[in-house]
Design a binder for this molecule. Structure first.
Ligand code: CFM
Ligand code: HCA
Length: 536
């Protein structure tokens, strides 16, 4: 039995302990290692998770720059998803087309009490009319927040009206915050509508011999631009990115690409699967975070296309990129080697960043996800074992048929087997655990209490996390860097990004500040209360 887990969970009541112990494991102790995931958080515990609306509007749709995304709901929900995630975009000029990017704007119906009582559909229509008068976008997305589901506004009927009235694409997303157990439900809802209404509606054929889509890359701090640049250098055309820096006008053409590259499995695996079923497009799990991972990913793409010239070009690009960072990398390695790290992020970065840390000789002692599913930890082979519960059944799962016009078989079974022998898995993800050392801890849906307990027991040199717990960690005397927003730095992807990351880490670790910090509440409680029993 894991001693560390017992120490951390020790203070819980029997009921809470019983639940939480399934979410915390020591790698190598189980046979196989099983992590309970994607279940409800315990009421009263300060979870780090967000909601379904955040996953749909904030994460998957938010970065699509040329769509006006109307948040139908109270203004706070719209404000929360306005720019904080740092998914960058620029309006790209193209011949004969309007260069659109509305990412700087925040569109909302700003629902008030009267709208909740009498219904908000009229206000939503008014918002669409206003958007068409002022902006004239090619696409409008309507995202529902909690109250919309509760009062029953029919956003899909309004979307249909807008399509007929203006001849534009208008899609409703019923992503009320309360649905599902986390952001993850919202990813699924967004993916379903993208496949239903957008992918496959364009006709812009690729111009290059090899073309790909990048799935699950949201261009945080410019990561997607780094990846796109690398692929372009190798001679690979990027048709669309889901969805960082990307646009409705590109995503329409996604079905015309030869291969889907999947960076974040959690948020977009539904699109990857459905495109495989509908268009025959294979997907390849790649990772452009980390130097070794970048090399491996580029080489795997070369193997997929199996072209000698392409493979040679990829080797040239790798050699050149490494050459450019070699000196800095050597220096950073010499400074960072031997440190230990804890990582707690949403649903994919805790895996990817362990590999980048490994490049610098940093060992991961704790890793966890807010809302991942078991397959993100254990690999997709466990999917048939996962029993759907009431929460997952609540989210629509759609099946698609092969498209009579666009379905293509890219590689024969024999070619796929050859790739498998080379260790290149298609349409599969082996999960985070397989890349972790024995004895490291995994913690699903980590909360503030456990964060503090883990700090005491594991004492990592750095704890990567998000805005909600960063300051709790720093006030406990440990360095914390945000792996969501990159603390306003980045890009961290690609070869160049790796050294930017290393420098940021070294900067944080080099300050003597951490050893001087003493959280005030450790000696004096900040809040004191007394129960005046006699008065009652
Ligand atoms: Fe995928 Fe993401 Fe992540 Fe995610 Fe997120 Fe994010 Fe994240 Mo914040 S899509 S799962 S829902 S990699 S917003 S860009 S950083 S929690 S680990
Ligand atoms: C979200 C977005 C978030 C939050 C980041 C954080 C992001 O979950 O709604 O908690 O620091 O990356 O912006 O994950």
């Amino acid at each position: 039995m894991s001693v560390i887990r017992e120490e951390v969970l020790d203070k819980y009541s029997a009921k809470v302990y019983k639940n939480r112990k399934e979410h915390v494991i020591t790698v190598g102790e189980g046979n196989p290692d099983v992590v309970s995931a994607n279940t409800r958080a315990i009421p009263g515990i300060i979870t780090q998770r967000g909601c379904c609306f955040a996953g749909c509007k904030g994460v998957v749709l938010g970065p699509i720059k040329d769509a006006v995304i109307i948040v139908h709901g109270p203004i706070g929900c719209a404000f929360y998803t306005w720019g904080t995630r740092r998914h960058k975009a620029i309006a790209d000029e193209r011949k004969g087309e309007k260069a659109d990017s509305y990412l700087e704007y925040c569109f909302s119906t700003d629902m008030q009490e009267a709208d909740i009582v009498f219904g908000g559909e009229k206000k939503l229509k008014k918002a669409i009319i206003e958007a068409m008068d002022i902006i004239k976008p090619k696409a409008i997305f309507i995202c529902s927040t909690c109250p919309v589901g509760l009062i029953g506004d029919d956003i899909h009927a309004v979307a249909k009206w807008a399509e007929e009235e203006y001849g534009i694409k208008c899609i409703g997303f019923s992503c009320e915050g309360y649905k599902g157990v986390s952001q993850s439900a919202g990813h699924h809802i967004a993916n379903n509508q993208l496949i239903r209404h957008i992918i496959g509606t364009g006709d812009k054929e690729p111009v290059s011999k090899y073309s790909v889509n990048i799935l699950g890359e949201y261009n945080i701090g410019g990561d997607g631009w780094e990846v796109e640049k690398l692929l372009k250098r190798c001679g690979i055309e990027v048709i669309s990115i889901f969805t960082g820096g990307s646009s409705y006008r590109d995503i329409k053409n996604a079905h015309l690409a030869d291969l889907n590259l999947v960076q974040c499995h959690r948020s977009i695996n539904y699109v990857a699967d459905m495109m495989y079923d509908k268009y025959g497009t294979d997907w390849l799990k790649i990772n452009f975070i980390g130097i070794e991972s970048c090399k491996e990913s580029l080489r795997a793409i070369g193997e997929y296309f199996g072209d000698i010239e392409l493979k040679a070009r990829i080797e040239e690009v790798i050699a050149d990129e490494i050459g450019n960072i070699f000196e800095e990398l050597t220096y950073l390695k010499s400074k960072l080697k031997g440190k230990t790290a804890a990582l707690y992020v949403g649903g994919s970065r805790s895996h990817h960043y362990q590999l980048l840390l490994k490049d610098f000789g940093i060992r991961t002692v704790l890793a966890g996800y807010e809302f991942a599913h078991r397959d993100d930890y254990e690999g997709r082979t466990v999917i048939p074992e996962i029993k759907p519960d009431a929460d997952t059944k609540n989210i629509e799962s759609i099946t698609v048929e092969p498209d009579p016009k666009f379905y293509k078989v890219f590689l024969s079974e024999e070619q796929k087997n050859i790739l498998k022998e080379k260790g290149i898995l298609l349409n599969d993800y082996p999960g985070m655990i397989q890349d972790m050392d024995e004895g490291a801890i995994i913690c699903d849906d980590l909360n503030h209490f456990e964060t503090e307990e883990f700090l005491k027991v594991l004492k990592p040199d750095i704890f990567f996390s998000g805005i909600k717990d960063k300051f709790v960690i720093q006030k406990s005397g440990f360095l914390s860097r945000q792996l969501h927003s990159y603390d306003y730095s980045g890009p961290y992807a690609g070869f160049t990004g790796s050294v930017i990351f290393g420098n940021d880490l070294l900067m944080g670790l080099s300050t003597p500040a951490w050893s001087y910090i003493h959280a005030p509440w450790k000696s004096n409680p900040c809040l004191e209360a007394r129960l005046e029993v006699e008065e009652y």
